[in-house]
Each structure stands twice: as C-alpha cells, then as structure tokens.
Write a protein that binds this ligand. Structure first.
Ligand code: FUB
Length: 360
C-alpha cells in the first residue's frame, strides 16, 4: 500500500476502532520471505506497544500501550510516549484473527492521572479483571493505578487513587497458584532513580540524577504481594535482586545485563523467570530464581534488539506451547509509533531460553 494511503487508512480505522471491534488475521510464522523482519505485526490499523499477554476464557488476551502521533519532542525521559488510552486485543489461537475490542480505559477517566499511559498488564481473580497501568500524576510523578471490569476486554473503571506504596512504572501482574504479585520499576523516564528506600527524593530530576555509580549495585525492580481485593498491596515492596554468575549483584555500569524497565515474570518447570529490558543496550534479558522474590541469576537474552529504541515483551503459555510477545517499529520506522508482534519461544533441555531474533 502506498505510504500516504496507508496513513489515511490508519487514521480512519483508528477512529472507527473506538466504537467497533476490529478483526485482522496474522501469521505467527516468519513475515514474508522478502521482509527483513522475522515476524509480522499483529495489527496494522492502530499503533500498539508493550504487549502483555494472558490466557483468559480460553483465548489469548493482549493488553498493550496505544501509541499515537504526538507533537511532543523526543527526550531521554520518554516524553514522546504520550499515550492517552488503552485498547484490548484477543485471539482464539496463534495465527488466527486478532480482535480489537476498542477503547478499554481513557486517561480522562482516571481521576488522579495527568499524562502518559504507559505499559499496562492485567490479571483475573474470581471472575473479575484488573488492569494495572502506570501514569504520571498531576505532579508529573509516575504512579501505578488499577481499573476493574467484569470482562477481560473491559471497559475498565479506574480506582480513584493510585495503588498506595507503588512508584515508578511498568507494572506486571504475576499469578502463582492462589497468590498474586505486582512487580514494577524502570530507570531514566521510569523515575526509579529518584527514590531512596522507596521514598521520593525531592529535587531529583532527569534521566540520570540518582543513578548509582557504574561500579555500584544496579537499581532493581520491585515486587509486592497483592491484597485480596487486588486493588492494594498486601506488604511492603521488596527489591528483586539480579545476580551475576558469581553471585554478585549486577552492577549499574553493566549496561548489557542490568535491569532498565519492562519486568515480566513467568514460571517454567517450577522455577521463576524474571525477564526485563536492558534499555539503552536494547536486549530482553532474563534471570532465574527459586521464588518470585528472587534472588535471580542472570542467564542471557530472550530477545535481541528490535528496530526502534524500546524493547518490551511478555511470555505466555497457550495450549502447551510458549509464546513471546514484543514490539518493534516496522510499520512506522519511528520509535514512538510501535507495533506488537508474537513469536514462538523455545526452551532448551536445561531450562534456558533460545534467543529470539527479531530480524532475519
Ligand atoms: O511505552 C512507554 C514505555 O516505553 C514503556 O513503559 C517502556 O517499557 C517502553 O516500552
């Protein structure tokens, strides 16, 4: 399709998608042989990013960010990721139709939020669905909110306040039997470096102020058990320690292995896999632990760098196979206008993950 025609269709379809479910078919296998990309975008009618996938009601549901064109200039705080709503997607099977269920939550319907609806995630408990999402509050500080629905696709109703005790962004909900956990955090634009002992240090500014020196322990993600209501934390958040092969915490200057943002957790063969973006080195790395709290030992990469600055993912099991969801910028060539993709994930006999190559 000619680029300007494609752009026009995107605008028209984006407007239409607000009121009508959209359907599109995709392949989980390689993109066409002529393409340099290993996988095709799941949807093309709107820009999507940060896909968090779960199996609810026997289907795969995807909770991504919704990227849109913005006038906001790019900076190291991610101001150009200026998202204003969420759409939820579902598919009955990998390779099948992808349904866009339309707008699930809008910024204007979140009483405490000021701007930037970043990467969300979702959980189900006792037939209710919980959407966990980060947004900057009216003071421009990231907090994590929760919104509730009776259906996996929403619409979701936001709680009036952010979840007490949360800070920074990129929440992930992890279910382990009857226990549910929330993990989160991110440096630079994610503001984690502005906190000491989980308290905001007044006056810290920008992407690097507050970061540890390169030879010091890196900042790590946080985790807390969710309360019975799923809308609060049941305990004080704990740091999730990521160690190197000698049992030493990964250092802040170890940019190819240290935690940056986009934590995800899944369980495979009784072990807890913590995966995350390394940010400025653009990998999705992973580390394995014996408990959801860690400590975790660094293992390698789940996903090599994608086209575009950010890398973000989720991992889910569906009908006995494992899948990686991620994004790149194939449709736009622009960092803030991303598109979600999926790929099959392979475990080696020793429990390691075969690194997914997003480009051929
Ligand atoms: O989509 C906005 C931000 O970009 C996410 O919260 C980060 O993980 C990165 O993907």
């Amino acid at each position: 399709m000619h680029q300007s025609n494609r752009y026009l269709s995107l605008i028209l379809l984006a407007g239409f998608a607000c009121s009508q479910p959209q359907e599109t078919t995709h392949s989980v296998e390689a993109d066409s042989t002529a393409s340099k990309y290993s996988h095709a975008p799941l949807v093309e009618h709107i820009y999507t990013a940060d896909p968090s996938a779960h199996v609810f009601e026997g289907k795969i549901f995807i909770y991504p960010s919704h990227d849109t064109e913005t006038e906001v200039a790019e900076d190291d705080m991610g101001s150009h990721f200026d998202m204003k709503d969420y759409h939820v997607f579902s598919m009955e099977r990998p390779g099948g139709k992808v349904t866009d269920h339309g707008v699930a939550l809008k910024l204007e319907d979140v009483p405490w939020a000021g701007r930037q609806l970043w990467a969300p995630d979702a959980a189900e408990k006792d037939g209710k669905y919980y959407l966990y999402f980060p947004a900057k509050d009216k003071q421009d500080i990231f907090k994590i909110g929760v919104a509730v629905s009776d259906q996996p696709e929403g619409p979701f109703k936001a709680e009036p306040e952010p979840i007490d005790g949360t800070f920074s962004m990129d929440p992930t909900a992890f279910q382990d039997g009857d226990d549910y956990y929330l993990l989160w955090g991110g440096i630079w634009g994610g503001q984690l470096q502005w906190y000491e002992d989980q308290k905001l240090v007044e006056g810290r500014n920008g992407p690097t102020e507050g970061l540890p020196a390169p030879d010091q322990k890196a900042l790590m993600p946080y985790i807390a058990k969710l309360g019975d209501s799923m809308t609060d934390l049941a305990e004080k958040p704990k740091e999730m320690l990521i160690l190197d092969e000698s049992g030493e915490p990964i250092k802040a200057g170890d940019n190819a292995r240290r935690f940056f943002e986009a934590a995800w957790m899944h369980k495979y063969n009784g072990k807890y896999y913590l995966s995350y973006s390394t940010g400025d080195t653009h990998f999705i790395a992973y580390a394995i632990g014996e408990s959801p709290y860690g400590p975790f030992t660094y293992q390698g990469n789940v996903l090599d760098p994608v086209e575009g600055w950010t890398n973000h993912h989720s991992i889910v099991e569906f009908q006995g196979k494992w899948y990686l969801f991620y994004h790149d910028t194939q449709l736009s060539g622009k960092t803030p206008l991303r598109n979600i993709k999926m790929a099959e994930l392979t475990y080696l006999p020793d429990g390691k993950i075969e690194t997914v190559k997003p480009m051929k």
